[in-house]
Design a binder for this molecule. Sequence first.
Ligand code: CO
Length: 172
Amino acid sequence: MKIVLYPDPVLRRGTKAVDDTSPWKERAREMFDLMYETQGVGLAAPQVGISEAVLVLNPTGDKEKPEEELVLVNPRIVSRKGKEWGQEGCLSFPGIWGDVQRALKIVVHAIDLDGQPTEFVAEDFLARVIQHEMDHLNGVVFIDRFSPADKIRTRNQIEELEDRWRSQHASR
Ligand code: CO
């Protein structure tokens, strides 16, 4: 398992719902390991090349705090309140940061790795991470939500990622 970088098409493909969570117990563990190795706070299945609706996160980014880990399968946001701009990065866009507007408070419905339904309220940074990762499940990436100023500011960096990806995937 490794992290897929932009503009790999799997990041735009969207995902299908998970019927059987059993293969995800091991995969979610691998995703957490990869996320900690790369200093992330969240990772969505398309970012490891799998087009299924699963995301993992730990808002502390600290592997010594496994009690903060969350795995969401087939997540849905059932309500949202407030809006706030805040800076985000993404493991599929190394070195790129920009401001994204997200809801401040959300209610999330999902199933866990045992297939049990769960519903909870998330606020502030946790809500931001969930919204960022849920976008990945729908083929949306954070640069899509940048302000026009941030789109211009990061244009060269994004083009560099595109050039690098093309040269690594050139057909010969
Ligand atoms: Co991301």
